[in-house]
Ligand binder design. Sequence first.
Ligand SMILES: NC(=O)c1ccc[n+]([C@@H]2O[C@H](COP(=O)([O-])OP(=O)(O)OC[C@H]3O[C@@H](n4cnc5c(N)ncnc54)[C@H](OP(=O)(O)O)[C@@H]3O)[C@@H](O)[C@H]2O)c1
Length: 227
Amino acid sequence: MRRPRIFVNFAITVDGKVTTVALTPSRFTSSYDKRRLLEIRSLGDALLVGRNTVQTDNMSMGLPDEDLRIARLQRGQSEYPLRVLISNSGNLSTDLNVFNHHFSPIVIYSTTSMPEAVKAALQTKATLHLADGDRLRLSVVLSDLYETYRVRTLVCEGGPSLAKALAEIDAIDELFLTVAPLLFGGASAPGILGNPGTFLPSSRIYRLSSMNVESTECYLHYVADRR
Ligand SMILES: NC(=O)c1ccc[n+]([C@@H]2O[C@H](COP(=O)([O-])OP(=O)(O)OC[C@H]3O[C@@H](n4cnc5c(N)ncnc54)[C@H](OP(=O)(O)O)[C@@H]3O)[C@@H](O)[C@H]2O)c1
């Protein structure tokens, strides 16, 4: 099955955590990093996030910086990336910020477990793809994004559960990390692939493509090495 090229972007602390134990929003980096996040986001035909991230961070999934939108148009992309949400349960509230901004279409991949009332409400806000059963096959979702929506580059901003699912099927092609000068600690504070748990089926190997230091942070870019 063909799928888009997938970029994953995370901010991490020096001890490798992406959020506090309370799972509060991940706003612990500089304004430089926030611009970098938008620059990476602007590369994608679509932006993908998991249910908890769109809820806790209450993001609109937009592209506020006009220069980045102009550059997209010049590259032949849509002005804003397609916004893609994923959730097995389908428990998404239409009160979320993402549903109250109308700059680009929203596509939701979920299952027939989605409660009927939620389905009725979301249908007015987004295109729903509901698979039978209670679990999505991520590879099928990625293939559908490729075939139906012509997504060739997909940027994923987490969260960790979704990144782990991508890593399990070896679908993280490029990894962007911002290392912030903080220690969060906490055995139950997740890293980029979530809480300590099962190992991946096999190690995923990356090549360091670039490393920059700007003020207090380090910016790393890795590319999958599948030789
Ligand atoms: N530092 C950073 O850069 C960064 C980036 C992103 C997020 N975060 C933080 O991470 C925390 C959230 O972590 P999380 O791991 O819970 O977030 P998440 O991956 O966004 O959300 C997990 C939920 O998304 C859905 N999901 C994920 N993978 C799926 C798959 N393969 N198929 C179907 N549904 C899937 C499921 O929803 P259902 O339960 O509805 O089935 C799952 O429970 C937040 O505190 C957030 O602030 C930090």
